[in-house]
Design a protein around this ligand. Structure first.
Ligand code: THG
Length: 367
C-alpha cells in the first residue's frame, strides 16, 4: 500500500515524538489520530510483549467526558450494562448501543465521581451521539473531549516498571480499578487495564505537556527491564479474543452477536436507549455470533476486508481479523458465524484473497 499523507486532521499525540524516535514502522488511524501498529515487526513485537514490558501510545483511545448532575443518568442511557453498583475508582467495559440495539462503540467507562465520567472510546465518533442525547433530552451535563491521553504499559514486567516510576502502591491496583498517582507533581489516573492479556496498566495522562516527560521517565527507569515502545498487537489480541470495533463488529451487530452478552443487564439497565430492541433480540437469541476460528495452512495475508466463510458451498459468515500465531503454530482468526455452523469443531471454508483455506470453529480463544 502507498504511504498515508500526514495533515492536521490526522492528529498527532502527546507521545508521537517518542514513538518516532523509537522507530515506528507503520501507523493506522483511530479516532482521527495516529495509532502505531508496528515497531520491529508484528511478530518481533509479539514475542517481546509476552516476555518483557512495552510502553504503548494509545492516546487515540480518546475520552468523552461527562460532567454535571446528570452525568450518571446519561451514562446509563448509553449502555445496557447496569451501572448502579459501579463505584468511583472502577472501570467497566461497556457496550454502547443505538435505538436498534446496534453497537456504536465498545469503550471502557471510567467513573471518576458520581458526576464525572470518562468514556475511553474505540474507533467511532461517539461524542456526536452523546452530545445529541444530552441536548435532545435537555440533560444537565457537559460533554466534551478533554486533553487526556492514555499511555499503556503492558507485559509481564509492567508492575516492576510502573513501581519504579509511580511507587510500589501501583502493585495493589486491582483489575479494572484505578487510583490517583503523582508524577512530577501531577495527579494521574492509573488503572490496571489494557488491550492485551499480558497484564499491565493504563495511565490517563492529563495535559499534553507532561506526555513526553512521562514517556522518557518510563524508558529511563526500564532500561534493565528491556522496555520497548510497543502497540496493540494484532496476533496477541486475536489470540486473546479482544474485539476491534469497525473490524470485528459494526452498528449492524448487537452486543449478543459480539459475544458481549455478559456485559449486558438489559432487564435492569433502566433508561438505556435501545433497551426495548435488545430485550426483543435477547429473548430470541442471536442467529450469528463471534467465534474463534483456526485457519489451516501457512501464514495468511493481512485481513483488510471481510473474508467470506462458506460451508458446503453456502455462505455462513465472515472472518474479520486473522494472523499467523508463532506460539500456537496456526492461523488464528475472529469471525462472525451463523448459528447453524457456530458449534466448536464445525468445519468451514475461508475465502482469503490468496485462495480457499480449510478452517474450524474453536470452543474458546487461545489466551
Ligand atoms: N483501554 C482503554 N480504552 C480503550 C481500549 C482499552 N478504548 C478502545 C478499545 N480499547 C475498547 N475496546 C476494548 C476491548 C476489550 C477490552 C477493553 C477495551 C478488555 N476486555 C477484557 C476481556 O474482554 O477479557 C476485560 C473485560 C472485563 O472483564 O471487564 O480489556 O483497551 N482505556
Amino acid at each position: 500500500m502507498a504511504l498515508i499523507s500526514p495533515s492536521r486532521r490526522l492528529r498527532r499525540t502527546p507521545f508521537s515524538d517518542g514513538v518516532e524516535a523509537a522507530g515506528v514502522k507503520a501507523y493506522t488511524t483511530y479516532n482521527h489520530m495516529l495509532l502505531p501498529t508496528v515497531f520491529e515487526s508484528v511478530e518481533f513485537d509479539y514475542h517481546h510483549l509476552k516476555k518483557a514490558v512495552q510502553v504503548w501510545d494509545v492516546a487515540c483511545e480518546r475520552q468523552v467526558e461527562l460532567r454535571g448532575p446528570d452525568a450518571a443518568k446519561l451514562m446509563q442511557m448509553l449502555t445496557p450494562r447496569d451501572l448502579r453498583g459501579m463505584l468511583p475508582g472502577r472501570c467497566f467495559y461497556v457496550p454502547i448501543v443505538d435505538e436498534t440495539g446496534g453497537m456504536l462503540n465498545d469503550p471502557v467507562a471510567v467513573k471518576l465521581a458520581e458526576d464525572r465520567w470518562w468514556i475511553s472510546i474505540a474507533d467511532s465518533d461517539l461524542m456526536l451521539w452523546v452530545k445529541g442525547i444530552a441536548n435532545g433530552y435537555r440533560l444537565d451535563v457537559l460533554v466534551d473531549e478533554p486533553d487526556v491521553s492514555p499511555l499503556g504499559v503492558q507485559g509481564p514486567k509492567a508492575d516492576d516498571l510502573m513501581a519504579r516510576v509511580f511507587g510500589d502502591a501501583v502493585r495493589d491496583i486491582k483489575f479494572f480499578r484505578f487510583g490517583m498517582f503523582d508524577f512530577q507533581g501531577r495527579q494521574m489516573v492509573v488503572a490496571r487495564s489494557g488491550y492485551s492479556k499480558q497484564g499491565g496498566f493504563e495511565i490517563y495522562v492529563e495535559g499534553s505537556d507532561i506526555g513526553m516527560p512521562l514517556w522518557n521517565a518510563l524508558f529511563e527507569a526500564g532500561k534493565d527491564l528491556d522496555v520497548r515502545a510497543g502497540c496493540p498487537n494484532l496476533i496477541e489480541r486475536i489470540e486473546a479474543g479482544l474485539l476491534s470495533y469497525g473490524n470485528d463488529m459494526t452498528d449492524d451487530n448487537t452486543p449478543h452477536e459480539c459475544g458481549l452478552g455478559r456485559f449486558c443487564d438489559t432487564q435492569t439497565a433502566i433508561g438505556c436507549i435501545g433497551r426495548d430492541a435488545l430485550l426483543r433480540v435477547a429473548k430470541e437469541g442471536p442467529n450469528q455470533q463471534i467465534r474463534p476460528i483456526e485457519i489451516a495452512g501457512g501464514k495468511v495475508p493481512g485481513c483488510d476486508r471481510a473474508w467470506p466463510v462458506l460451508a458446503d458451498g453456502k455462505p455462513v459468515g465472515q472472518v474479520s481479523s486473522a494472523a499467523w500465531s508463532p506460539d500456537f503454530d496456526v492461523n488464528v482468526a475472529i469471525g462472525m458465524v451463523r448459528m447453524t455452523h457456530w458449534d466448536a469443531g464445525t468445519k468451514l471454508e475461508v475465502h482469503t484473497p490468496g485462495g480457499v483455506r480449510d478452517a474450524v470453529v474453536r470452543d474458546k480463544f487461545w489466551l
